[in-house]
Design a protein around this ligand. Structure first.
Ligand SMILES: [Zn+2]
Length: 331
């Protein structure tokens, strides 16, 4: 690494591991490390671990404290980015209400012997920002991002900025209602997109078909469906032509398409980016999504070839977190 190049650090916090990356001014991934997230009750151990890991990763990459522009952290849950507090961290409730900017900032400033700027954002926001700056959306200013995983994350960029709104809810595509009397969602509502195509929703769709005795390669899982089935397993079976898996992907793609039709009329995007574990599933997922958007969004005439997979994959979290800092410098 060139001496004295300025860098930002991006951190992608997860319930079991977290990633730390050193990122150059144009989004270059210069170094990256993964660490175990410590589990603790009462104390925000994960935040102390992040501060220590940032220092360690910088040392390994031979980055000196005076090269550091700041540290951005993506949080898996709602945050108040202006106050720097974590509102709620699923599976890490010891972080609820904690001011992550203060805790990490104080630890790092002491360790590096200089003030360190820290910013936080929700992880879906970071994914969206990363794709907008460095990924599939780098040539557009308006995009909708959907991250398919355990939950369904969402983000909206308008006029080259990711938007969240005064209550941080803008872009929560996973909670668009696509089936008013559908299954219960984690948010308490019925029939949100996340309740149908989040991890549990997708597995539930498959289990329902398997329990009706529809023949499938997935039946070999000995009935322990809820433990052994994942969206990725279902997507792979669908790519292999399995009927049950294809039906799940068709249904999921349909509902994703329905949600996207709402996104299109609300935000008029140049591009729609799908990320997360099964975004690489290819045509088995994208075909039903594009078909639904084609038939259900006549008013927009949206070019369905503009619905594309994420280009950054697993790196989107750390890159977007670093971009929280790099965007501020650029402004
Ligand atoms: Zn919901």
């Amino acid at each position: 690494m060139a001496r004295k190049q300025m860098v930002a650090v991006g951190v992608d916090l997860g319930g079991t591991t977290f990633g730390v990356a050193i990122v150059g001014p144009n989004g270059e991934l210069l170094a990256q490390q993964s660490y175990d997230t410590p589990r603790a009750s009462g104390e925000p151990q994960a935040l102390y671990a992040i501060a220590a890991a940032v220092g360690g990763t910088m040392e390994q990459a031979v980055v000196t404290p005076d090269q550091l522009l700041g540290v951005g952290v993506g949080i898996p849950g709602p945050v108040d980015p202006d106050a720097g507090t974590i509102r709620q961290a699923p599976n890490m409730h010891e972080l609820d209400g904690v001011n992550a900017v203060e805790v990490i900032g104080q630890e790092l400033s002491a360790a590096l012997d200089r003030p360190v700027t820290v910013r936080i954002a929700n992880d879906a926001y970071c994914h969206t920002l990363a794709e907008l700056r460095y990924g599939a959306g780098r040539d557009v200013e308006n995009l909708v991002m959907l991250t398919l995983g355990t939950g369904v994350g969402g983000g909206v960029a308008l006029a080259n900025k990711v938007r969240r709104g005064p209550r941080q809810i803008l872009g929560e595509v996973g909670h668009i209602i696509v089936e008013p009397d559908g299954p219960v969602c984690g948010c308490g509502n019925h029939g949100c997109l996340e309740a149908i195509v989040g991890r549990d929703g997708m597995v539930e769709q498959a289990v329902r078909l398997l329990e009706h005795g529809v023949p499938s390669v997935l039946s070999e899982r000995g009935g322990r469906y809820h433990e052994l089935l994942t969206p990725r397993v279902i997507a792979e079976a669908a790519a292999g032509g399995d009927g049950v898996a294809l039906e799940v992907m068709n249904t999921s793609g349909h509902y994703i398409g329905v949600a996207l039709c709402s996104c299109i009329v609300l935000t008029d995007p140049d591009l729609i980016v799908l990320g997360g574990g099964i975004a690489n599933a290819g045509d088995v997922l994208f075909e039903p999504i594009r078909r639904t958007v084609h038939h259900r969004s006549m008013i927009s005439g949206f070019d369905t070839s503009r619905i594309v997979p994420s280009e950054l994959g697993g790196d989107a979290g750390v890159l977007g977190a670093a971009a929280l800092i790099l965007d501020e410098i650029a402004d």
